[in-house]
Design a protein around this ligand. Structure first.
Ligand code: ADP
Ligand code: MG
Length: 213
């Protein structure tokens, strides 16, 4: 699967540009790192690539289809091939376990075996019955990551996935992302370059003030 951005710009307020004239291709499996300081446009870029935000200008094509100029039905089909995971974990009122499957809303799209493996890897078995509002920031982040990673998709756009994680969980996540990127496109945004991250990347996209540096 190939996602191509051509001349993509985005403004939230009609004045300043969060992204300006971005040309980029996500070309099959691999890890794509999006790095840059706070406010450089990383989140905006991930939302646009994963079809969660329509850019003010420019084109986003998925396997040659102009995503924002196609039928509603085709757009929905295209979008179902992407997963976007928010920087801030967004959890529903319910347990850790409930959030992993969003109370069944994700059923059919979840790789149950992979989810089980991740629950074991991150050692969160004991948290499964805990309510989402009783989780620490790091625990909530793990919950939202396991949920995102176990949804079957082709492109995983993970916004600041390492935020709030301790060093053991950072290295566990890094190994999972390396494995996943053998078969899927994994976009990872980060404002901090963790050890081993740069040499795991197929492509590194450096953003400064909304432009590719
Ligand atoms: N919803 C929004 N409304 C207005 N401005 C926004 C919004 N989201 C982001 N911005 C602005 O767009 C720019 C890029 O933000 P963002 O993509 O979140 O950067 P990053 O993820 O690299 O920190 C920043 O200047 C930010 O203030
Ligand atoms: Mg961000």
């Amino acid at each position: 699967m190939e996602v191509v951005l051509e001349g993509v710009s985005h403004t939230y307020n009609g004045k300043e540009y969060a992204l300006e004239e971005i040309d980029l291709s996500i070309d099959g499996p691999g890890m794509y790192l999006v790095v840059g300081p706070n406010g450089s446009g990383k989140t905006t870029l991930l939302k646009i690539v994963s079809l969660n935000l329509r850019p003010s200008r420019g084109r986003v094509t998925v396997d040659g289809v102009d995503a924002w100029n196609t039928s509603k039905k085709e757009f929905a089909e295209l979008k179902s091939r992407f997963v976007y995971s928010h920087d801030k974990p967004i959890l529903l009122r319910g347990t850790f376990r409930y959030n992993l499957t969003m109370g069944g809303r994700l059923s059919g799209r979840v790789d149950e075996d992979f989810m089980k493996r991740l629950v074991e890897l991150f050692r969160v078995e004991k948290l499964l019955e805990r309510k989402s509002w009783e989780l620490s920031a790091g625990q909530a982040k793990i919950c939202s990551l396991i949920r995102a990673l176990s949804v079957k998709a082709e492109v995983y756009a993970l916004d600041e996935p390492f935020n709030s994680l301790d060093s053991s969980n950072v290295s566990r996540l890094l190994s999972v992302l390396r494995e996943l990127s053998n078969t899927k496109a994994v976009l990872v945004s980060t404002h901090f370059l963790y050890e081993g991250l740069l040499n795991s990347a197929k492509k590194t996209i450096r953003l400064i003030n909304g432009k590719i540096a």
